[in-house]
Design a protein around this ligand. Structure first.
Ligand code: GLU
Ligand code: ZN
Length: 289
């Protein structure tokens, strides 16, 4: 069981197409299911119409998902229930530190509010981090390890503005949807140890991970981070799918250029080759032919 989990903070761009394609092929190549989840946790960053546009583009590019779309904005009760449970067990606590106060600590939370007993109102909620080295074997990137205590510290699971953190929601929902194989961009590699830790707390089983190269702009930024990357055009489905396959190291036949998106996907499912995926974290878009 695989999934694609777009954030509607923008339209689909070439980088998200590559991620959708990789997760789709990885699931379908073994006759698995491919689920769809809209990660709309951050309304202020949401672009109006993006949710519908993303799904519409995927359909026009020939993708078919299984089951009902899961929408994270409809899952707040599930997230809050778990936070309440951890809070009452002393595993989660309220943090009132300002950004400025935390600035000197280089992104590693020093535990200032751990024993302060703040009320959760108008405060961020953090989970007590395991003081452990987390390691996992990524199917493309190989061994990845991170010491959660030294490199991350207690991390935020609900933001001060009341919105739930990606790290929490993604773990709860992947477990709820029974996802066994996570395929996504390598920008999320260093989020994975936090997610492994939350899976342990939830007694959820650990999925397998495959982090594909992140498609970047010449300035090194992720595609879609600036407004320069154009949305995917419906009439470009076949050529862009072929280009996305090449980004994943697959070698589509030239005759496919005359095929429909469905024919390209069918060809690619039958020949999905994980060992051909470039073992790099970033791939500059301009370098893909
Ligand atoms: N919603 C995340 C994103 O668009 C992906 C989350 C995931 O695949 O774990 O970057
Ligand atoms: Zn604090």
């Amino acid at each position: 069981i695989g999934r694609f989990a777009p954030t509607p903070s923008g339209y689909l761009h070439f980088g998200s197409l590559v991620a959708a394609l990789a997760s789709y092929l990885d699931a379908r190549a073994v006759g698995g299911q491919w689920l769809m989840r809209m990660e709309d946790l951050d309304p202020p960053r949401e672009v109006a119409g993006a949710q519908a546009a993303i799904l519409n583009t995927l359909e026009r590019y020939g993708f078919e998902w299984d089951g009902q779309l899961v929408t994270q904005s409809e899952r707040h009760d599930a997230y809050q229930d778990i936070i309440n449970r951890w809070f009452s067990h002393g595993l989660a606590y309220a943090c009132t530190c300002s950004r400025k106060q935390l600035e000197p600590f280089n992104g590693v939370y020093p535990g200032l509010c751990r024993n302060a007993g703040h009320s959760p109102e108008n405060a961020a909620i953090r989970i007590r981090g395991a003081e452990l080295q987390y390691r996992f074997e990524d199917r493309v990137q190989g061994l990845f390890q991170q010491h959660l205590g030294n490199e991350v510290g207690d991390f935020v699971i609900r933001r001060r503005d009341g919105f739930f953190a990606y790290q929490l929601a993604v773990v709860i929902d992947d477990a709820m949807q029974g996802v066994t194989d996570i395929v996504r961009g390598a920008d999320l590699l260093d989020s994975t140890p936090r997610q492994l830790y939350l899976q342990e707390l939830l007694a959820a089983s650990q999925p397998r991970y495959l982090h594909i190269p992140l498609i970047t702009q010449p300035d090194g930024n992720k595609l879609g981070k600036s407004y320069r990357s154009p949305p995917l055009e419906a009439d470009q489905a076949t050529p862009l799918l072929l280009r996305a396959l090449r980004a994943l190291g697959q070698a589509p036949e030239s005759a496919l250029a005359y095929g429909t998106p469905e024919e390209v996907l069918k060809w690619a499912i039958e020949r999905w080759n994980v060992s051909a995926i470039p073992r790099v974290r970033n791939l500059e878009e301009a370098c893909i032919d």
